[in-house]
Every structure is written in structure tokens, then in C-alpha cells.
Design a protein around this ligand. Structure first.
Ligand SMILES: *[C@@H]1O[C@H](CO)[C@@H](O)[C@H](O)[C@H]1NC(C)=O
Ligand SMILES: *[C@@H]1O[C@H](CO)[C@@H](O)[C@H](O)[C@H]1NC(C)=O
Length: 156
């Protein structure tokens, strides 16, 4: 009789505990989402790979700002020695769809710092583009890249 009630309690605990564990996992899963804005800047007038292909020099130490709305800087990153920049955003703070329509990347660092023949005033600007999602275990990353930089003689 005593054994039966112990079994019953165990069964009861198991049926109650399982949905709670699943609910917690769901919550954690949705917390482990990230938005990654990534790209490579080249040392050319439009920041893109030039006629020389992969031999095109990159633009290191350039400050890449993400500006939203009326030019508010919400995040920034500096390109590394390979011209690469990466900005990670918390989706709890940024809604992806509004990010793609309201935000842009702005590079204020003069192009002349990587090549003296390039302009020393003005800068680069690009819209954002979603290229897909990467799922790594519980982590879901929305991959966003610059749609294409343009040189602006004077940045707004
Ligand atoms: C392309 O490569 C050639 C040969 O190395 C060089 O003279 C030229 O300046 C390069 N052009 C650009 C735009 O980087
Ligand atoms: C510097 O920029 C000029 C003008 O775009 C270009 O002709 C030249 O090849 C560049 N130099 C290097 C080293 O990339």
C-alpha cells in the first residue's frame, strides 16, 4: 500500500514537472536569439571589392555605426585587420523588421586613412539586408549584411 502511494506521487511529480521543463526550455530558446550584422569593408570609393578582386586592399580600423530613425547611433563596431566588422544585437531590444527598414550602416572614418588618393571628407552609407537564419543548437542567429555601400560627399 505504501509502495503504491510512493509510485503514485512519483508519477504525479513527473507529469507535472515535464510541461514546466518544456515551458522553461521554450523561454530559454526564445531568449537565445541574436541579430548579427556583418560585412567586410574594402579600401575603395564604395567600400566594395574592386576590379582586382580578392587582391583589393581592405579598410581596417574603420568605425561602422548602425544608425536608426533620425540618425541615432544604436550600435557600432570597428573593422579588424581583414576589414571585417560584426555587430551583435539582442532581438529583445530590436525588432528585425523595423531594423531592416529604419536602420542603416554609416562609416565616418575618412577613406583617405586607408588610401591617400581617396576622399578625406564624406563617408560610406548602406541599407541593411537579411540573408537568412543560422541555427546552432538553441541559438538562432538572423544574419544581416550591408545591402551595398555608397559614397556620400557629405554625411547627414
Ligand atoms: C590593381 O592591381 C594593379 C597591379 O597590382 C595595381 O597597379 C592597381 O592600382 C590596382 N587597382 C586598384 C583599384 O586597386
Ligand atoms: C588608391 O586609390 C586610387 C584611386 O581609387 C587607386 O587608383 C589606387 O589603386 C589605390 N591604391 C591602392 C594601394 O589600392
Amino acid at each position: 500500500m505504501a509502495l503504491k502511494s510512493v509510485l503514485f506521487v512519483c508519477l504525479l511529480v513527473a507529469t507535472i514537472a515535464a510541461p514546466i521543463a518544456n515551458a522553461q526550455l521554450g523561454l530559454i530558446g526564445s531568449l537565445l536569439g541574436l541579430i548579427r550584422v556583418q560585412g567586410t569593408l574594402f579600401c575603395t570609393l564604395n567600400g566594395a571589392m574592386g576590379v582586382n578582386g580578392t587582391a583589393t586592399p581592405v579598410f581596417p580600423n574603420a568605425l561602422v555605426q548602425m544608425q536608426c530613425g533620425a540618425g541615432n547611433v544604436v550600435a557600432s563596431a570597428t573593422t579588424n585587420g581583414a576589414g571585417l566588422f560584426s555587430i551583435l544585437l539582442d532581438p529583445l531590444q530590436f525588432v528585425l523588421s523595423s531594423l531592416l527598414t529604419n536602420c542603416k550602416l554609416v562609416v565616418n572614418t575618412p577613406l583617405s586613412t586607408c588610401n591617400v588618393s581617396l576622399p578625406s571628407v564624406g563617408g560610406l552609407q548602406s541599407a541593411l539586408q537579411l540573408v537568412g537564419n543560422t541555427v546552432q543548437g538553441l541559438l538562432s542567429i538572423a544574419n544581416v549584411i550591408p545591402a551595398g555601400f555608397q559614397f556620400l560627399p557629405s554625411l547627414p
